[in-house]
Design a protein around this ligand. Structure first.
Ligand SMILES: Nc1nc2c(ncn2[C@@H]2O[C@H](COP(=O)(O)OP(=O)(O)O)[C@@H](O)[C@H]2O)c(=O)[nH]1
Ligand SMILES: [Mg+2]
Length: 276
């Protein structure tokens, strides 16, 4: 089919150590049904992930791609620039390209696609933030300015946006004791409200999650929160693709039932969810 998009592409953006790489690994844990690591996490100081990492789930989850970028940082040299992020969103950047915050990619670089296909473009931008950082006085003016400048650019593309608040286990002791307390936690609610104001994203698109870190086995309750976030990202990205296809001469995209690749999981887990 002309103009068909094969996979939904979800781009993870956020400060260094927000948990972007851990989220990729968490999706891999769900996909494989066991503890898995597809990208390196942690690292001191500078962002570990200088290249664009594209994760392609092959197991229980399918038909979407997660893109892990270098972290945004306001300390000049250390983070990816807004300019680079926009090129990534438009699909201009080859996955092997190594970001250099001191000088953004240009159209003369050999890793620059001048005419990206619809399959190279981003369909949903996922802002990731450590839930402990989501509070008054914790975000520098420079970081706020960077987020605002990125938001302005994103509005021009009309791309759907989602916020993930990570490390809710470290934020709240009640959640650490039992993740099922997530929706009873005043600290989590406060972080969600803060994120709503910072990113101008409605609450229904803000998801508190706990990533896999050093667990020995997969955990159904953890998976529920991660899957709720993934489901919404995939749904709104699919809507975005279809709206854009509808606006052009192309036929409406018949995505390979992306959302339904996640839905059976949620249905299976619904009993657990009811105990929240
Ligand atoms: N306790 C806890 N630690 C997390 C969570 N997500 C990430 N981390 C830890 O935070 C650190 C930075 O995570 P990483 O995924 O490398 O962040 P990135 O720089 O955004 O890719 C690592 O030590 C992770 O193990 C979470 O939900 N809970
Ligand atoms: Mg990383």
């Amino acid at each position: 089919m002309k103009g068909e998009v094969e996979n939904v592409r979800l781009l993870l953006i956020g400060p260094i150590k927000a948990g972007k790489s851990s989220f990729l690994n968490s999706a891999a844990c769900i996909d494989k049904g066991r503890i898995a690591m597809v990208t390196a996490v942690g690292g001191e100081g500078e962002s570990m992930s200088k290249k664009l990492k594209v994760y392609r789930p092959q197991g229980k989850l399918k038909n979407f791609r997660l893109l892990d970028t270098m972290g945004i940082a306001t300390a000049g040299e250390a983070g990816i620039s807004v300019k680079d992020l926009i090129y990534v969103i438009k699909g201009n950047v080859h996955p092997d390209y190594k970001f250099n915050p001191a000088s953004p990619i240009t159209d003369t670089d050999k890793s620059f696609f001048k005419t990206p296909s619809k399959n190279d473009q981003t369909h949903c931008v996922v802002f990731m933030l450590d839930a402990r950082v989501a509070g008054e006085g914790n975000i520098s003016t420079a970081m706020k300015a960077k987020v605002a400048s990125l938001q302005d650019e994103l509005k021009a593309f009309d791309i759907p946006r989602v916020v993930l608040l990570t490390k809710i286990d470290v934020l709240c002791e009640k959640v650490a004791a039992d993740i099922c307390n997530v929706y009873k936690s005043a600290k989590v609610l406060k972080a969600v409200t803060f994120a709503e104001n910072l990113f101008h994203v409605p609450k229904m698109n803000i998801f508190p999650v706990q990533n896999y870190k050093d667990e020995m086995d997969i955990d159904t309750s953890k998976n529920i929160l991660l899957l709720l976030a993934l489901r919404q990202m995939v749904n709104i990205a699919t809507e975005f693709i279809n709206e854009h296809a509808a606006g052009s001469d192309d036929q409406q995209n018949e995505l390979p039932n992306v959302a339904s690749s996640i839905l059976p999981f949620l249905t299976l887990l619904v009993c657990k969810l009811k105990s929240f």
